[in-house]
Ligand binder design. Sequence first.
Ligand SMILES: Cc1ncc(COP(=O)(O)O)c(C=O)c1O
Length: 398
Amino acid sequence: MLSQMMSRISESGTMRMAAEAIKLRSQGYEIINLGVGEPDFNTSDFIKNAAKDALDKNLTHYTLNRGIKELRDVICNWLQAEFNVEYSSDEIIISNGAKQAIFNTILALVSPGDEVIIPTPCWPTYIELIKAVGAIPVLLKTGLENNFKISPEQLKSALSEKTKALVFSNPSNPTGMTYDGAELKGLVDVLKDTNVFILSDEIYSKLIYDNCPFDSVGIYREVLKDRIILFQGVSKAFAMTGWRLGFAAGPREVIKACDIIQGHATSSVSSISQYAAVAAFSGPQNDVIKMRTQFDERRKFVMQYLKKIPGMKFIKPDGAFYFFPKIDAFYGISPDGTEIKNSTDLALYILRNAQVSVVPGQGFAAEHYLRISYANSLSQLEKGLKAIKRTLDQIKRK
Ligand SMILES: Cc1ncc(COP(=O)(O)O)c(C=O)c1O
């Protein structure tokens, strides 16, 4: 009954966890959510006021598919000021979240049979979108041992004449690792004399800690002869996940193709969200800094706590709001009669016994790991980590 495409893609890997959490809640358990993928902060008042203003001015009509010029202009200024990358407003398309921007771009660039290189662990959507268009995801494995970073040699060895693009998030969801400018240059140099595009999802770039330097790969635009597309948005930096607004910045031809695709799908993003985003990108950035400071405090707290849990190995993440500990030390143990064989088994065990939800690494193409989010209050983090420690301490002893 369903299309061939549906036989190639799968539902989000977190569904089983979500269903179990719902079941436990219905039985009266309080579940602490350390699986969250969005800031727990509220959108700033000045941004909300800009949205209210837009409503009062009846700015409630369709806009250009690719978004209002005013927003694309402030985004160009923001890209220049924040990352020193230069784009003009006709090289930007506003979409319903970075997610739609990525979807448009893959539809615009990638053909059936093409290969697309994806370093893992990765955000699951990349793999599913590549499969949806009939292309082949070529997964490049990384782990704790190499700080979750691919090397230029690894990239080189994955190239073939079918390679169309390299897709990754920097900083990374789920690992928090961040490539610096020199590391990016190493990857860019490998692709310099090819026709391969870089699709760089930089949605977490405002959430970087310890003064870790961040470079957008967009600074190498010229080196790669304009085969770079950047993805950004308001979801993570401005705590605006529900407003559904992201963008792609890239060569005119690709942006034009995205415009055509989006025109037949959703048309423009909500006009109200666009006016709110004008305020977000051009207004005071104090709330972003405040949010980052709080995330950093939580990051340090979680790090200290995780060190106390034997069997969890991890690196200190540079950015985003996740830890990605390796947990295979718990495999082969059968604490309740059922053997823990993989990350989903361990996440389910933690959910049932500690009443804390975390995300299994399986969903990020990285078996042997768990994703623990710190987009939750310090008190919830403490409660959740304490329960995880208690639960895992018990099973290690058996
Ligand atoms: C790496 C990454 N890219 C993109 C997105 C989606 O962003 P948006 O809300 O702008 O669609 C997410 C959300 O979790 C993400 O983690």
